[in-house]
Design a protein around this ligand. Structure first.
Ligand code: SF4
Ligand code: SF4
Length: 77
């Protein structure tokens, strides 16, 4: 078994209070690294949440999100 770890190619940050919980980013992420948070945000929605690893920086979640500024995607390499 290989012990080599693969560095993430991207990072996804979701601002909980700007999310309206529509779930589009969760459905569209090809890596399945966005989930729904258990707790409600200030708007009363369960916001999307990045699991913290596995993002490729593809930007699909950002392109899909109807809420400007709710998602920030960074390409790391
Ligand atoms: S940038 Fe791509 S891989 Fe990363 S969380 Fe968004 S949709 Fe998923
Ligand atoms: S697409 Fe945007 S508004 Fe919809 S769940 Fe994801 S972050 Fe929230």
């Amino acid at each position: 078994m290989s012990t080599k770890t693969v560095e993430d190619r991207g990072k996804c940050e979701i601002i909980p209070d700007l999310c309206k919980g529509c779930g589009l980013c969760i459905a569209m992420c090809p890596e399945h690294v966005i989930i729904r948070d258990e707790t409600l945000n200030r708007r009363g929605y369960r916001p999307a949440k990045y699991v913290g690893h596995g993002c490729t920086g593809c930007g699909i979640c950002f392109e899909t999100c109807p809420e400007p500024s709710a998602i920030i995607v960074t390409r790391l390499r």
